[in-house]
Design a protein around this ligand. Structure first.
Ligand SMILES: Cc1cc2nc3c(=O)[nH]c(=O)nc-3n(C[C@H](O)[C@H](O)[C@H](O)COP(=O)(O)OP(=O)(O)OC[C@H]3O[C@@H](n4cnc5c(N)ncnc54)[C@H](O)[C@@H]3O)c2cc1C
Ligand code: FES
Ligand code: FES
Length: 481
């Protein structure tokens, strides 16, 4: 049986399909129509709700997109919709009041989603500065009001404070206890043939996948959700793994071990402490809601040529641990990607851990060019890891996404860098050499020539940033330098 809290109510469902979405359940099943449907693909934020879940026994609330969140994945969670913000006397919540006072709504369709994203920010980051406000709003689109009044509303409500008196803060202990009582054991639910399995732990996941080797693994559902909402693809039987704490560990020792179920948001402290140079890159993956759901394992396992963690991870020298039953094997991440749409993952196997070497003294960078600054996947992305000793490049790993059918290292460019002086000329030569590494395709994101120009310019940008000069980083024209 599926059990979770919806606002004040405890929900128990014996019937639930793997492909049932949280949004449909809220709007159609419960008539909680404050949560809107805009795009149904995680892009607009109109469907934003807060999801409270226990992580190592601690209650964590995060805004997520209800449109691509599967209902089954809400087992043991607290779903908070905009209706829950209402004061007991029916008045507006402080976040809603700030939106009204600052004229931050016109047609109002996007407004509940903005309210929930701001509520999430206000609750979790009371000291949020302008950058944090902008980051929190990346996943919400407004077509009529314009963002300035919304940002002013955010600043006003943050300045007013008062989070301790908020309902979900006051009821924290009680909700934690209620959710704790729902944890433990394997859960299986279905609607007809549409079956969902939530394993009890990682060992149970391994056993379930041996039993159902062709099941769809669902982690954050930021890819799989769209298979259902956009392509109406069946996913049954689906094995949900987003709740498994055993896949959410990050261990930093001689190397760095990241569980496949770690979300982008959960990886932020690691990124900021170990690889602060790529923090901006990391915060440009999806929007806040997507980063709260999407996992590193899912970004690798989906095999997309434009997934943005693989180029960075390959450059950093990542290895993957793949598990089948009780058997594990370890491979270099770059070897996982065999060809477009083909990965080295056998039936019943799952990605368990990503292992990164410590950075040592290496120079690290990651870049992305997309049509929009936020909430847009890249045309081209790249990761760099360069070691320099005595003015000479002793090791170079550079990997690209968007330049081939898989994320791939740039062998010719790496050869041009390795053993060469750490100089502008060397990086210019690498920018030329990378032209031999790839024959990119043109598509609606970027033409082949533009992709080549981006690849060249990334080397130039890396040099300019590392050289620490005061020149602005200018891009070359598509026709070349
Ligand atoms: C609005 C929006 C914006 C996005 N922006 C970006 C972006 O800027 N950059 C980017 O790179 N991506 C982006 N994405 C894509 C997506 O967020 C990422 O690919 C994400 O990391 C996928 O992780 P997930 O946990 O949601 O995977 P899921 O959707 O749950 O699964 C994806 C695939 O991986 C498989 N899988 C998941 N976990 C495992 C595992 N442990 N072992 C084996 N197989 C597994 C699933 O079966 C499925 O095939 C965006 C998506 C949306 C909806
Ligand atoms: S409806 Fe657009 S993000 Fe969910
Ligand atoms: S107020 Fe109309 S879309 Fe935002």
């Amino acid at each position: 049986m599926l059990q979770f809290l919806l606002n004040d109510d405890e929900i128990r469902l014996t019937e639930c399909g793997a492909s049932d979405t949280l949004l449909d359940f809220l709007r159609i099943g419960r008539r909680l129509t404050g949560t809107k449907e805009g795009c149904a693909e995680g892009d607009c934020g109109a469907c934003t709700v807060m999801l409270g879940r226990l992580h190592d026994g601690r209650l964590v609330y995060e805004p997520v997109n209800a449109c691509i969140r599967f209902l089954a994945s809400c087992h043991g969670c607290h779903v908070v919709t905009v209706e829950h913000l209402r004061d007991p006397d029916g008045g507006l919540h402080a976040v809603q009041r700030a939106m009204v006072d600052h004229h931050a709504s016109q047609c109002g369709f996007c407004t509940p989603g903005f309210v929930m994203a701001l509520y999430g920010l206000w609750m979790t980051n009371p000291d949020a500065d302008m950058t944090a406000i902008e980051t929190a709003l990346q996943g919400n689109l407004c077509r009529c009001t314009g963002y300035a009044p919304i940002v002013r509303a955010a600043q006003a409500v943050l300045a007013a404070g008062g989070q301790a008196g908020d309902r979900i803060a006051r009821e924290r202990d009680e909700v934690t206890a209620r959710l704790a009582a729902m944890q433990g054991g394997r859960v299986e639910v279905a609607r007809g043939d549409d079956r969902a399995i939530l394993p009890a732990d990682v060992d149970d996941l391994a056993a379930v996948l041996v039993e159902h080797p062709d099941a769809t693994i669902v982690a954050g559902a930021t890819d799989v959700g769209l298979w259902v909402t956009k392509f109406l693809r069946p996913i049954s039987p689906a094995v949900f793994i987003g709740h498994l704490d055993g896949l959410k560990r990050i261990d930093v020792g001689d190397d760095i071990r990241i569980g496949a179920g770690v979300t982008y948001t959960e990886a932020v402290p690691l990124i900021e402490s170990e690889f602060p140079e790529v923090s901006d890159y990391w915060h440009r993956i999806g929007g806040w809601q997507v980063r709260n759901m999407g996992t590193i394992g899912g970004n690798i396992a989906n095999g997309s040529p434009i997934g943005e963690s693989p180029p960075l991870m390959i450059a950093l020298g990542a290895r993957l641990v793949l598990r089948h039953g009780d058997t594990r094997r370890e491979i270099a991440l770059e070897d996982f990607f065999i060809a477009y749409g083909q990965q080295d993952r056998r039936p019943g196997e799952f990605v368990e851990t990503v292992i990164l070497p410590r950075r040592g003294n290496a120079l690290v960078a990651a870049y992305k060019i997309s049509k929009r600054q936020s909430a847009d996947i890249s045309a081209v992305a790249a990761g760099f890891r360069i070691e320099v000793a005595g003015g000479v490049i002793t090791s170079a790993r550079v990997a690209f996404g968007g330049m081939a059918g898989t994320p791939k290292r740039a062998a010719a460019a790496e050869a041009a860098l390795t053993g060469a002086p750490f100089s502008a000329e060397t990086f210019a030569a690498a920018g030329e050499a990378v032209q031999d590494d790839f024959q990119p395709l043109g598509d609606w994101r970027a033409s082949a020539d533009y992709r080549r120009a981006i690849a060249r310019n990334f080397f130039r940008r890396f040099w300019l940033e590392q050289a620490g000069g005061d020149q602005p980083v200018r891009l070359a024209r598509v026709a070349g330098d």
